[in-house]
Ligand binder design. Sequence first.
Ligand SMILES: [Zn+2]
Ligand SMILES: [Zn+2]
Length: 351
Amino acid sequence: MTVFGCRSCDATLTVPVSRVALPVHADQKYGNGPGSLAPALEPGTFAVNPLPSGSPWRRWAELEAGEAEALGWYAPRFSISAGPVGRVLLAPGDVRGAVIDPALVGDSACCGLDGSEPNMVCVTCGTPVAIRIDDCSLRQAVWLDPLTTHVIEDGPGPHPVLDWADLIDQRPGIPPSEPGSGWDPMWAATAASALAHLLAASGGEPILIPDHQVAEVFRPTLERLVGPVGTGPERTLVLAGPGLPDADADFALIPEHPQTGELWPVAPPVKPIPLAWDAWRHLAFHQAPKPVGRSVPIPPEALPALLPGYRFEPDGPIFLSVLARLPEVRQPRLRAIYERGRPYNHTFYIF
Ligand SMILES: [Zn+2]
Ligand SMILES: [Zn+2]
């Protein structure tokens, strides 16, 4: 198990937690409230952001030539973080011995807490140690500041690492929406990330999606971004992963291990398109029930819809930020798609 503490006084700041992969929806802003989004992590777990995050921010226009690419950004952003690497994400209920300091709470938020500077202090010594976030439309979170916190106990945690077979048994996945409600924000995030990877891998060429549930998620948005499928050399996208046959296609939607971040391996020339485990597991194994006693093939449009009856909005800001970190975005065709959404970087009008 891992326990984090204050660098200044070594006071304990968390319950014992186990490391998991940083999900793409870790710092998601989705929808328009009311209220915040559920924490990105399960209780008893933590994740580390390996990239710079939070303040200070640097304006894009002020970067030197080549500097952005050296930092892994291949398309313009309004500003990029020059903050510390290694911020630690926790579910807020796992924090101990730290409190919100009203004097450190900025005024940039709407009805909750937001910001990229610590607003929680160590109870024992008063050092600012973490950022609590719970503003409307944001993921409930505590981010530990790596400059003022550190690991004080390390070892295997309360959640042992599962192998792929155990994952199939123990993590059944999450449906894209519950009846009567909108899209699960995790789905909007992982689909947006997968779309960015798919566009980068395909160069924006048309893609055929034989599985009707996968097509329901991706085809409408792909058609809006790259035009209708049916012209040009079509390539195919299928699901691949534990319990499924080897992919015989150009692109394979593969699961990311939710604890280790490992990607399910596929053999070249199949190009992997990562999807969050909980979405992949649902797509791969929760096939729509087929009517009993039919021997004729059922056209896809006759099957029950996987999705709510209104348009799926993948998470636009996540799509743009993932695409901006893929070198392929420098291709003119992909850059044009990126520019369509960039003016709306803080909204989700790209699709
Ligand atoms: Zn609000
Ligand atoms: Zn302290």
